[in-house]
Design a protein around this ligand. Structure first.
Ligand code: THG
Length: 258
């Protein structure tokens, strides 16, 4: 299980303010905490509705990479902001993300190839997020073949079925699990899968409980990576336990500390 921290995101008010005042020290301390908690990559998102997107992204990537060599997951829907992040990054990057819309793939796959990045493929198009696992899988297949036309091999892709708040659509949780299972049958070896986990609990009362329960279910279905909050200690313990149960980590009585 590959843990990508969701916390370097301008959506969080404290992070947005630190970006506004270009407070590198605050951002760096925040990044180091994520890594100490077990993050293996950092999602980097300047937040919505900025007119300085590319400049903010360039600054944020530079600030973070002064304290870590971990891969950065450049999270933006804007091609200019994405390019600014890729240009600034010195280490491995994961582009977050393209959709199956032709105009997105035509803009983002060439960048992916140029910068040697990995890329998250969101299974949605101009009609939005499909209602079932089968339609999500069709879009995944379209993105895999289009990436290959751009000489991007399947091992550089991460397929994201898009987790929705259970409060808004309770039937979607199991459809996403089914999509994760179906995605793994599309290629041999299976293409990696990823989710933005905390979407599931948006508006729920006990968010950590909902998040970690869903995480265990997704891991049972073979999920490879997740964007989540590594400061959530019980979440990280759930992941470690599921890794033992998936036979990825050797069991010992002290596995939580080992
Ligand atoms: N897939 C991919 N990337 C993603 C997502 C995804 N990136 C963004 C998001 N979804 C994952 N990251 C977050 C970050 C924060 C929250 C949820 C997902 C979150 N924030 C609180 C809220 O909105 O209520 C708190 C905000 C605050 O404190 O101000 O839940 O699905 N590829």
């Amino acid at each position: 299980m590959f843990v990508i921290s969701e916390r370097i995101n301008g959506l969080f008010v404290s992070v947005g303010k630190a970006i506004d005042r270009r407070d590198a020290r605050w951002v760096q301390d925040h990044a180091v905490l994520q890594i100490e908690c077990g993050a293996q990559a950092l999602d980097i998102n300047v937040g919505p509705g900025r007119d300085d997107g590319p400049a903010a992204m360039e600054w944020l990537v530079n600030a973070v990479q002064e304290v870590t060599d971990l891969p950065l997951c450049i999270d933006t829907p804007g091609t200019k902001t994405m390019t600014a992040g890729l240009k600034a990054a010195k280490n491995r990057t994961i582009m977050n993300s393209t959709t199956a819309q032709k105009k997105h793939m035509d803009a983002l796959f060439p960048l992916c190839r140029e910068y040697g990045s990995d890329i998250i493929c969101l299974t949605m198009d101009e009609k939005g997020i499909p209602n079932d696992a089968e339609s999500r899988t069709e879009l995944a297949m379209l993105m895999i073949t289009t990436a290959m036309e751009h000489e991007i091999m399947p091992d550089r892709l991460l397929l994201d079925p898009l987790v929705l708040p259970t409060k808004a659509g309770q039937d979607q949780g199991m459809k996403v699990i089914k999509a994760i299972e179906m995605f793994q049958a599309l290629n041999d070896p299976p293409i990696r899968t990823v989710v933005g986990l905390s979407n599931i609990s948006n508006g729920c009362k006990d968010r950590p409980l909902v998040n970690r329960t869903y995480m265990a279910m997704l891991m049972g279905a073979g999920l490879s990576a997740a964007i989540l909050d590594p400061e959530d200690k019980e979440m990280m313990e759930t992941i470690k336990t599921a890794q033992v149960l998936r036979n990825e980590k050797l069991y010992c009585d002290d596995y939580l500390r080992a």
